[in-house]
Design a protein around this ligand. Structure first.
Ligand SMILES: N[C@@H](CCC(=O)N[C@@H](CS)C(=O)NCC(=O)O)C(=O)O
Length: 220
């Protein structure tokens, strides 16, 4: 029986990008369904993720998997054992998961705070965001990718935020590139992969989207 793989997505979402990258790294063919998240969530999304009602949702042969890091791990366990994303050593696996959790708990919220805030609050948020990115840079060290020579789980976790950097820098005068040159080198290395070009949206398109939403938020 042919496998049915569907991804419920919303194009600017870094969480959705994680799932797309992982599927493409594993060479899995999938049907991509774009949700109208801001106006009209589909009945399929509400049925498949009734708890959080959020994308991404991976639907594999009718069964849903929710939460982007869980989705990436599911993809890793289900397809392409010859090109694993997570390391085989349990301690190294735990280490990669710890840092992916750090991305969700520190990098994403502080990036969001920079984008949403203004004035003094924004200056504080920028400092926190850069501190978080520098911590990630420390973890990268002199390695090509977070896991070493191979592109892996933590790269999948963090690289989607790169597509937001131009928008954050341009909208808020935050100098990510100057402050975190090593991380930029890593991001450019990741971006040379074909799976990235297909999964990360154009930075200018993200800028237009984030700029529109920001205007609406500020008008409220
Ligand atoms: N922790 C979740 C976060 C997913 C998430 O926040 N998705 C957003 C899009 S970026 C969403 O669906 N938002 C809709 C809503 O909050 O109603 C994950 O890793 O998948």
């Amino acid at each position: 029986m042919a496998e049915e793989v569907t991804l419920l997505d919303f194009w600017p979402s870094p969480f959705g990008m994680r799932a797309k990258i992982a599927l493409r790294e594993k060479g899995v063919h999938f049907d991509l369904r774009e949700e109208e998240l801001l106006s009209n969530k589909s009945p399929l999304l509400l049925q498949m993720n009734p708890i959080h009602k959020k994308i991404p949702v991976l639907i594999h042969n009718g069964k849903p998997v929710c939460e982007s890091h869980i989705i990436v791990q599911y993809i890793d366990e289900t397809w392409g054992p010859e090109s694993p994303l997570l390391p085989s050593d349990p301690h190294e696996r735990a280490h990669a998961r710890f840092w992916a959790d750090f991305v969700d708990k520190k990098i994403f919220p502080s990036g969001l705070a920079v984008w949403r805030s203004t004035g003094e609050d924004q200056e504080v948020a920028k400092k926190e965001f850069i501190v978080g990115l520098k911590v990630m840079e420390g973890e990268l060290g002199d390695k090509a990718y977070f896991g070493g020579e191979r592109f892996g789980f933590l790269d999948v976790s963090l690289i989607p935020f790169y597509s937001w950097f131009y928008a954050i820098e341009t909208l808020t005068d935050c100098t990510i590139g100057d402050e975190c040159s090593k991380l930029m080198g890593w991001a450019k290395r990741c971006m040379q992969r074909e799976t990235m070009a297909k999964s990360l949206p154009d930075q200018h398109k993200v800028y237009d989207f984030m700029s529109e939403v920001r205007k609406k938020l500020q008008a409220q």
